[in-house]
Design a protein. Structure first.
Length: 363
């Protein structure tokens, strides 16, 4: 099930669950094929408002924030009002503050992820859902039962990022192997042994690996990769067509851009096989773009800071969370036929810690 079908399925199920209720009364969906932009928008709006109320009632951080800013949650009845009235949340507020963001009891939290000083909490059910999202992302770039996926994320304790990707690959019926952040020689040796058709890992690691393979002229005989998924997370790293072409030349494979941070559970958006914009996981996230200076909402196609609202997170919901990443959103139908919104790549970060073209940090 690729991301488009995944999102349409979730939206269709939501409409079915609410059959007869006012919120879905005027719709008549008989299959997921009937799910269009209007249905996705109605789903997003309802879940955003529902999550806003949930956060206010269950998270002490949001309760205090909304009271302080005079946000009357009950009066917010549309996405337009939501964008106008609800304040943004930034990373500085999350750092050291995760228990105030938490909307369940500590016993309900199964795993936390720490990154750049912030800790993000997940329930076990959320991690299981995450596996489904990641699996849909893998299928979007065409992974199936014939693929052998090499996972190169650094080793973590159980239910960490490589564990979740491994479970997702199993859902796609792929054969899987997990290595680690090995040296170029070691990683290529593993590739020779495992003979992967697909590789996934962090963007900076796979980029550095490719450059090292090229510079040291490490032989890739016996390595026949078809797809490489480069994941970009909390820290900005440049990616453009020149970088894509360079890595595709070195590995003789298709390279796909993937975006997901610790806060968002690693599964926000991924490119399809047309490699032109990242399809958004719209059943799990509501995305906006704002002007990073004025914080005013921007329209479709306008470049600014990406702001995320989670739609299904009970453990630690995030409302209008500033990612610090610069992008724009395209709502037109894609060349592949998908109706999902697309991120036009991550073009930079607010504050510009790694200015474009200045190179990548070394391992
Ligand atoms: Zn597409």
């Amino acid at each position: 099930m690729d991301l488009e079908i995944f999102v349409k399925n979730n939206v269709f199920s939501w409409f079915e669950d609410r059959a007869g209720e006012e919120v879905v009364r005027s719709s008549s969906l008989s299959s997921i094929d009937d799910v269009g932009r209007a249905e996705i928008s109605r789903y997003s709006e309802h879940l955003v408002l529902e999550n806003l109320r949930y956060a206010f009632e269950n998270s002490s951080y949001y309760r205090d924030l909304f009271k302080e800013k005079d946000v009357v949650v009950g009066e917010i009845d549309s996405l337009d009002v939501f964008r106008e009235e609800v304040p943004l949340t930034s990373v500085e507020e999350v750092v050291g503050n995760h228990y105030r963001f938490m909307a369940v009891t500590r016993n309900d939290i199964f795993r936390g992820f720490t990154d750049s000083g912030k800790r993000i909490l997940y329930t076990k059910e959320e991690l299981k859902n995450l596996v489904k999202s990641i699996s849909a992302g893998l299928e979007t770039v065409g992974l199936d039962r014939d693929d052998r996926l090499l996972i190169t994320f650094p080793k973590e304790t159980e239910w960490g990022c490589p564990f979740l990707v491994k479970m997702a690959a199993v859902e796609c019926d792929c054969t899987v192997m997990h290595t680690d952040h090995l040296t170029a020689d070691e990683q290529v040796e593993k590739m020779g042994e495992f003979e992967p058709t697909a590789v996934i890992g962090s963007h900076p690691y796979l980029y550095t690996l490719a450059k090292t393979v090229d510079r040291m002229d490490i032989g890739l005989s016996g390595v026949d990769i078809d797809k490489m998924i480069m994941s970009r997370g909390c820290v900005y790293y440049p990616f453009n067509e020149d970088i894509r072409n360079e890595i595709e030349r070195i590995y003789r494979c298709d390279v796909y851009d993937h975006y997901g941070t610790t806060e968002t559970g690693f599964a926000v958006a991924i490119e399809c096989q047309d490699k032109d914009g990242l399809h958004v996981n719209e059943s799990e996230f509501y995305l906006e773009v704002v002007d990073p200076e004025t914080l005013e909402p921007l329209g479709s196609g306008e470049e600014g800071e990406l702001v995320v609202t989670t739609l299904s997170r009970e453990g630690m919901p995030l409302i209008r969370y500033r990612t610090g990443d610069i992008t724009s959103i395209d709502n037109s139908i894609h060349s592949c036929g998908s109706i999902l919104s697309r991120l036009n790549g991550i073009k930079g970060e607010v504050g510009n810690k790694y200015p474009g073209g200045s190179g990548l940090p070394l391992f």
